[in-house]
Ligand binder design. Structure first.
Ligand code: HEM
Length: 407
């Protein structure tokens, strides 16, 4: 299929339209079927086919540090403050800094350390299900508080502060939707996000200071100890690492749990099948990760020219990977649009691939399987009560409310 400039703009608009958050899949399909979308004015190419996305994640020329993008370099040459583009978050750093920082937190997320959290997670779920029984809102009372409570406990952030930091975390997560970096905050939304980042950094710095004088048995104290033992971890790096884990703990697993629940409620027989057979939980989670992924797109900067299929991404340009489109690619999956936990193992890309593969994957899987198993067992006859409400986020797309009847 050939595409006119007009089609390309219409497609971009559909992909990024906040009003289409409840069902962006027709736009993803269009993007996938018409092939890579080159957007010259943004120095960007968007990919929606599975094979292309996988190839980019494997490509040694693909980088995550946006300072390598020609748009950023041009902005700096035009007088923008380079500090605006600095980051100490290893999600956005390439090796060797990425390797050093990732290694320091890897241990805390090992399968064994995560398995040790099983009882604690089950207790939180039981408590939250009592709330769901009263409110009937699966997001507010289960999908959101579970991962938030767990990451707060792991890091040592007081969960009582949630009303203060929940909205900051949400604003920062929306920053991921700015695929094309701008040197100055151009609009109100960006200004609010910058304020949220400043607030979050001050908040974390205060807690880090407390850990310096009174260490505890938490991840933040462990990072402070690593810094003090001369492991080349600066205070800015500790702040950025805590922020990364904190936001990841707030904005991703919530979508996995809610998306899985919605998929089961809207696909006949799936909810009751899990209620009858708790052993299906793992398959339900993997199929949700494929069919309706919590992280819908990723981006990479071409550190050197990349040839992906027939498309060239020139050095310094950005490749946007539409994971949610790729994971319904009929060239990779039979009946790709059908939610079918019985389809067997899928090589989905929902946790990324390669160097930046999600560090929290074992934790997210454990939280989601525990929550879904308990949820369906406790409310085996639950049904959807009205339409879910979606947040405006594009990359970390998810619901703010999912109303169910549990009686
Ligand atoms: C269902 C839930 C989750 C999904 C779908 C998810 C997805 C992802 C994806 C796609 C990436 C790769 C990003 C890229 O390649 O650019 C990633 C990286 C990462 N995730 Fe997750 N994530 C989830 C939960 C979590 C949790 C609970 C944590 C920890 C609290 C976490 C921590 C991280 C970290 C630290 C990275 C950066 C890894 C690196 O750059 O080396 N994630 N995640």
């Amino acid at each position: 299929m050939t595409r006119t400039e007009h089609d390309s703009h219409a497609l971009l608009e559909a992909l990024f339209d906040p009003a289409q958050r409840s069902d962006p899949y027709p736009a993803y399909r269009a993007a996938r079927e018409s092939g890579p979308l080159v957007v010259p004015e943004l120095n960007m190419v968007m990919f929606g086919r599975y094979a292309d996305c996988e190839q980019i994640l494997r490509n040694p020329g693909s980088a995550v540090d946006r300072r390598k993008s020609t748009l950023v370099q041009r902005a700096i040459a035009d007088g923008a403050d380079p500090a605006v583009f600095d980051t100490d978050s290893f999600l956005q750093l390439d090796p060797p800094d990425h390797t050093r920082l990732r290694k320091l937190v890897q241990k805390a997320f090992s399968p064994k350390r995560v398995r040790d959290l099983q009882d604690e997670i089950a207790t939180i779920v039981d408590h939250q299900l009592d709330r769901v029984a009263e409110s009937g809102d699966l997001v507010t009372d289960l999908a959101y508080p579970l991962p938030v409570t767990v990451i707060c406990r792991m890091l040592g952030v007081p969960v009582e502060d949630e009303p203060r930091f929940g909205s900051a975390s949400q604003l920062i997560a929306q920053g991921l939707d700015d695929f094309v970096p701008t040197p100055e905050p151009a609009d109100e939304g960006q200004r609010q996000r910058l304020d949220a980042v400043r607030w979050m950094h001050d908040y974390l710095r205060e807690l880090i200071d407390q850990r310096r004088t009174a260490p505890r048995d938490d991840l933040m104290s462990a990072l402070v100890a690593a810094e003090e033992s001369g492991d080349h971890l600066t205070e800015d790096e500790i702040v950025a690492t805590c922020e990364l884990l904190f936001i990841a703990g707030h904005e991703t697993t919530v979508n996995l749990i809610a998306n899985a629940a919605l998929a089961m409620l809207t696909t006949p027989g799936q909810w009751s099948a899990l209620a009858r057979d708790p052993g299906r939980a793992g398959a339900v989670v993997e199929e949700t990760l494929r069919w309706d992924p919590p992280v819908q797109m990723l981006s990479r900067v071409a550190e050197r020219e990349m040839t992906i299929g027939d498309t060239v991404v020139p050095r310094g340009e950005t490749a946007v990977l539409l994971l949610a489109a790729a994971q319904r690619d009929p060239a990779e999956y039979e009946r790709a649009d059908v939610f079918d936990p019985d389809r067997g193992p899928t090589r989905h890309l929902a946790f990324g691939h390669g160097t930046h593969f999600c560090l929290g994957a074992p934790l997210a899987r454990l939280e989601a399987t525990t929550a879904l198993r308990a949820l369906t067992a406790r409310f085996p006859a639950a049904r959807l009560l009205g339409e879910p409400t979606y947040r405006p986020n594009i990359t970390l797309r998810g619901m703010s409310h999912l109303p169910i009847a549990v009686d």
